[in-house]
Write a protein that binds this ligand. Structure first.
Ligand code: UDP
Ligand code: MG
Length: 315
């Protein structure tokens, strides 16, 4: 096998139903491009037959390398493992569920050859549920505000990266991260192409609502200090407002006398509880950041690889 020009990185988590269709379609699409390629599939601790299918594929097809994690570490960790393994000049990430057709890879590669560092993609006619689309809309809006990196579609993993960008990504050792945003921070020329989007072929999305919320929080806190700063602003506004309220209460006490002040006690209580709420929120947020710092300083590895299949045939 000659040195590949194109590497395709695919995280796989419980996708036994999709793999039998993904692999042949991918092979056809990549053969059609007519460049040397490799496919790096990462088994992210699947509990179904995914690993078995991947191993068979690696035996059959010399283009395929399979990395097997010892448990589930999440999609982005899996992609990082793939990046480490990939040796192509252009590296493309793709989901295993066929929501992004592999046939679109050629389009991305053509765009890359115009000299871009990163080519993203925007899903036209998204085939997700209404709720999922609305959630994504909100996520896109908030994320671009908080991170300062503007992508039209943060959720779409069908993206192409130049080798240099990927190498820089691999040097970023932070644990909680979001690859498309991180990549765009390091890339010089970035563009996007529209791609088709299909329904998930089989099985369910591996992201529950809770996992999505976690991912979003990761995104916000690992790329900006905006949440911290906004609590500061809220705190300052509150403090100013509370001084005004206190002034009103004192004046009321002097002008209207004793009686009025007693009922004022309840107002005070209300105001007090409100401030306690704000305070707890700010402490919680601070704790979240401190927790993250703690996680990062331990410098634990992102994942543990149990075995790699198909690598021995490489030059
Ligand atoms: N995935 C993974 N580990 C996980 C969750 C997902 O490797 O913990 C993979 C999954 O197999 C798929 C891709 O990441 O190839 C995207 O997952 P999914 O389609 O469930 O996400 P969605 O399309 O709902 O955003
Ligand atoms: Mg999907």
């Amino acid at each position: 096998m000659p040195e590949p020009f194109l590497s395709v990185v695919i995280p796989v988590y419980n996708e036994e139903e999709n793999l039998p269709e993904l692999l042949p379609r991918l092979k056809a699409a990549l053969d059609a491009i007519g460049r040397n390629y490799e496919v790096v599939l990462i088994n992210d601790g699947s509990r179904d037959r995914s690993l078995e299918l991947l191993r068979e594929a690696a035996v059959r097809d010399p283009h395929i390398v399979v990395i097997d994690f010892n448990r589930n570490y999440g999609q982005h960790s899996a992609v990082f493992a793939g990046f480490d393994e990939a040796r192509g000049e252009i590296i493309v990430t793709l989901d295993a569920d066929l929501q992004n057709p592999p046939e679109e890879i050629g389009k991305l590669v053509a765009k890359m050859e115009e000299g871009y560092d990163v080519v993203g993609s925007v899903r036209i006619k998204r085939k997700d549920s209404f709720f999922r689309r609305m959630a994504s809309r909100l996520v896109n809006r908030v994320t671009s505000m908080a991170t300062g990196v503007h992508l039209s579609d943060y959720g779409c993993m069908l993206r192409a990266y130049r080798r240099g960008v990927v190498k820089t990504l691999c040097q970023s050792k932070e644990i909680s991260t979001f690859i498309p945003v991180l990549a765009d921070m390091f890339a010089g020329r970035v563009t996007e192409v529209p791609v088709a989007h299909a329904e998930r072929l089989k099985g369910q999305s591996k992201y529950s609502l809770w996992k999505l919320v976690r991912l979003q929080f990761d995104l916000m806190t690992s790329f900006s200090l905006w949440p911290l700063r906004s609590t500061l602003a809220i705190g300052m506004t509150m403090a100013t407002a509370s001084m005004l309220v206190a002034a009103v209460l004192i004046v009321g006490r002097i002008v209207k006398g004793h009686e009025w002040a007693v009922s004022g006690v309840f107002t005070l209580f209300a105001v007090l509880f409100f401030f306690i709420g704000v305070l707890l929120f700010a402490i919680g947020l601070l704790g979240e950041y401190v927790g993250r710092i703690y996680m990062e300083v331990r410098h634990r590895p992102r994942y543990v690889i149990r075995q790699v299949f198909g690598r021995e045939r490489r030059p």
